[in-house]
Structure formats: C-alpha cells, structure tokens
Design a protein around this ligand. Structure first.
Ligand SMILES: [Zn+2]
Length: 225
C-alpha cells in the first residue's frame, strides 16, 4: 500500500504489487517525498486501487546525507496523516513542494525545515492562533510568554510572571520569522536560541498529539541525530 499527496492536496492511495522484491521496477519512485506521475487502475468507488505505473520526476534525496533522509521520512509521515482522501487542500501541496525544494538545496538545514513544516501544518489544521495579538487581553506589545489550549498565545501583560509552561523572551520574533520566511530560508536550528527551542518543542508536541501521538519516523530521527 502506497500513499501519495495529490497536486490539489488530497491523499491518494493504492496497492503496488511486488515492489518489495529487490528487482521490482519503480522502487526508486516510492521513496519518501519523490515527485512522481502515478497511474491508478480501479473503479472510482473501489476502496483499493491498483498502481499500474509510477514514474519518478524529481527527488529531494541527497545521497549520504542521513539527517536530510530522516527528515524526509518524518515529512512523509506528517503529510500522510494530515491529508485526507477526497478532501483537497492546495496549501498542503504547496507547503510540501516548497519544503522538498528546500531540502534539496539545503540538506544541512533539514531540522530547521522540519520545524518550519510543523508550524505551517498546525496552521493548515486551524490549530495555530495568530501571534500578533494576545489571545487573552488582545495586547500586541508585551512578549508572548505562554501558550494555552483555550486562549492561544498569552502575553506578559496579562500572565503571572511565574508558573508552569512559561516561554523565554523572543517567542513572537521567532514566530514572525516562521510566518514570513519562504521554506528555503526557514530559520536554521540554533541551539543557543531558547525561544526557538521552546517554540519548536511546543509546536511539535501539539502537532504530534493531534496526529495521534508518536510517529515511528520521529523515533528513528531522534535515535540517529
Ligand atoms: Zn495579554
């Protein structure tokens, strides 16, 4: 069973017979994030269509770049879960295309590109409030210091200075970089930037929780990177 993200952002899936044999044709076409032209056979309503042809047009794979390959697997997992069969969302295809191009040109920034994709997937799912105004008091000047399930981003003007889950300074600025940069300029991972660390962890946890918890591709990524 192989799944695809269609050009209108819908999930497509079909059965590819015999691709586990080492001599199978099209094996390269089924690597995660490959851009392919695929032909299905089967009735419109058939639950399981058969893949009769699949041609690889482009791949973001950089041979020998482990981190980039692992991130490709994570992105494939994420988009496979966010996309829905029969539901078009063109933003998904645009986002995945942009991230794939960025991975090809900057494989060394793969983890930054993954965090960028996670941010925008949360946005596409409608789970990411705009960080411009505080969700509790409406203010737009004080630093954002908390993310709450009910009120979204909350600012320092209306939030007690001590308590669980408080975020370091720079959250609004990091969110602005994620919102305004194209995928090719996704903020590189910077271990010395506590705001980036906190936002990345928060958004990742939120996205994975929404998608049903742990993903195997992420477990492999953390074991090896
Ligand atoms: Zn506030």
């Amino acid at each position: 069973m192989v799944s695809f993200l269609g050009e209108h952002g819908e999930r497509l899936a079909g059965v590819a017979r015999g691709i586990k044999k080492p001599t199978a044709k099209w094996v390269a076409a089924f690597e995660p994030l490959g851009l392919v032209r695929v032909t299905f056979f089967g009735k419109e309503q058939a639950d399981l269509k058969r893949i009769t042809r699949c041609d690889l047009l482009a791949s973001p794979l950089t041979l020998g770049h482990l981190e980039s390959s692992l991130v490709m697997a994570c992105l494939a997992d994420l988009f496979d879960r966010v996309a829905r069969e029969g539901v078009e969302d063109e933003r998904l295809y645009r986002l995945l295309s942009a991230c794939t191009r960025a991975l090809k040109t900057r494989p060394g920034q793969a983890l930054g590109i993954l965090a960028y994709a996670e941010h925008w997937l949360l946005h596409c799912l409608g789970l990411l409030p705009h960080p411009g105004a505080c969700g509790r008091c409406g203010g737009s000047d004080a630093p954002l210091v908390l993310f709450s399930e009910e009120q979204g981003w909350c600012c320092a003007a209306c939030t007690p200075a001590e308590g669980p889950g408080l975020l370091p300074p720079g959250v609004r600025e990091h969110l602005r970089r994620l919102r305004t940069a194209p995928a090719e300029e996704a903020p590189p991972l910077d271990p010395a930037d506590p705001a980036q660390q906190a936002v990345t962890a928060l958004l990742r946890q939120r996205l994975l929780a929404e998608l049903g918890g742990r993903l195997r591709s992420y477990e492999v990524l953390w074991r090896l990177v």
